[in-house]
Write a protein that binds this ligand. Sequence first.
Ligand SMILES: Cc1cc2nc3c(=O)[nH]c(=O)nc-3n(C[C@H](O)[C@H](O)[C@H](O)COP(=O)(O)OP(=O)(O)OC[C@H]3O[C@@H](n4cnc5c(N)ncnc54)[C@H](O)[C@@H]3O)c2cc1C
Length: 487
Amino acid sequence: MKKKVIVIGSGIAGLAASIRLKSKGYEVEVFEKNSNVGGKLSDFYIDNFRHDFGPKLFTMPELVEELFENAGVNIDKYFKYEKLDIACKYFWCDGLTFNAYSNNQKFLNEVNKNFNKEENKVKSYLIKSKNKFNLVKRIFLEKSLHKFSTYLSFDAIKAIFNILQLNIFISLDSLNRRYFRDEKLIQLFNRFATYNGSSPYLTSGIMSIIQHLEHDLGVFMPKKGISDISYSLHNLAIDLGVKFYFNSEIDQILIKDKSAVGVVINKIHHKADIIISNMDVNLTYDRLLKGLKKPFFIKNYQPSSSAVVFYWNMNKSFSDINVHNIIFSKDQEKEFDYIFNKKSIYNDPTVYICSTSKIVKEDAPDGCENWFILINSPFDNGQDWEIIKKELRNNIIKKINSTLKVNIENNIINEKILTPVDIETETLSKFGSLYGSSSNSLQSAFVRHPNFSKNINNLYFCGGSVHPGGGIPLCLNSAKIVSEIIN
Ligand SMILES: Cc1cc2nc3c(=O)[nH]c(=O)nc-3n(C[C@H](O)[C@H](O)[C@H](O)COP(=O)(O)OP(=O)(O)OC[C@H]3O[C@@H](n4cnc5c(N)ncnc54)[C@H](O)[C@@H]3O)c2cc1C
């Protein structure tokens, strides 16, 4: 008889795990508390404008392709995407703009144009980041760090012998200062710390591998918008025979003789041979495994940063901006001090603007745009988000107006605002953190919760709050690791 798997949550990792296990021959059921799939990677409409709830940047599309290949299905019927020429357009308050191309050589040409004394340094930085990425990819990103066998591989031995090249023991900011003189370049390469919810002044220099994904491997956009990754995987899972139950919040994981044997929902027991939690791992312990001792490294973890997001329907098209845009703060150090120490938001924050309607034409009516403005923020610590929201809205409008030489206030025809509290409520992510724990210390960067329980048999974990970390590519890898360790 086929073994039965229950997946708790249909975030990107839950969907990928369900597909991988179904492809391996298991009977799979997914229980989702919301009425739709995707968790943070989902979308909604304000009037006739489509907005993505969370992620905007899509890198490493081969990880999505692999799910279709494994299932023996042609991806073209389900999912199409294209590479963006410009990964991100950067703006500084003094008027300098910089197009960060997806193509490595074009990126270097742009560096030459704007920071010509630094071109060789940037070139060497990009090569070294690529080497670091290739050294850690197989062991850190694709394997469980909590299995002895991982350390017996050729890849692990190679990484250990080259450990000094990985810049593990200095901060990302210190590494960037070793390479570059220009504060603007340091600011640009520092910003990648936010991709795992950390501060460049605290997180390890190994995080310089993150920019390699954008400036070498490239940034992509699905033809129907980024949330289509979730919807396409959902369609694939349904076609393979995975069963989905929506509006179904799991209340408890059933444990018998130190093994997970099922789940409870509305007092009804559902038996299974294997349970995979795609729920935030901290909340899985708090709510579904009451009475079970929390492992040390999640008991003392520091949550990653969160975000305040403004979703704006704009009645105009803006020719100066690209799909992804950053307007930098004048003082990056202060900005991160506010997020991680003062637990508040600096009055001159870095502003991320994304307008997917520039490339996905159906996302907004003709001549209009769907703006997504993200400001990095502390996790929810009881702050008064109503006051923060109001001040922030004024500050960012002022900043956008003065940098882009526009007057956008009258162009916003409808809006929704998301705070860390909303992120916690809507996706059950503790404190509204975007990536589970921050990677501000070496321990939190490398020793996240394993993809399996060390105390309970048949209990596994995937998603942004466990190994290898948050963000779409790592979540997809967490599902791959789980499916490989389940026999
Ligand atoms: C504003 C924002 C911007 C981001 N930007 C990017 C980006 O540009 N690029 C990038 O790669 N990543 C980005 N991220 C991070 C990325 O979205 C996440 O790392 C990733 O989507 C998390 O996926 P997950 O599989 O962990 O599940 P989640 O998306 O956290 O979903 C978990 C699912 O489980 C369900 N669930 C929870 N508990 C239960 C229960 N008890 N019973 C049933 N169902 C339950 C939830 O309802 C939810 O649907 C961003 C996130 C946010 C919020």
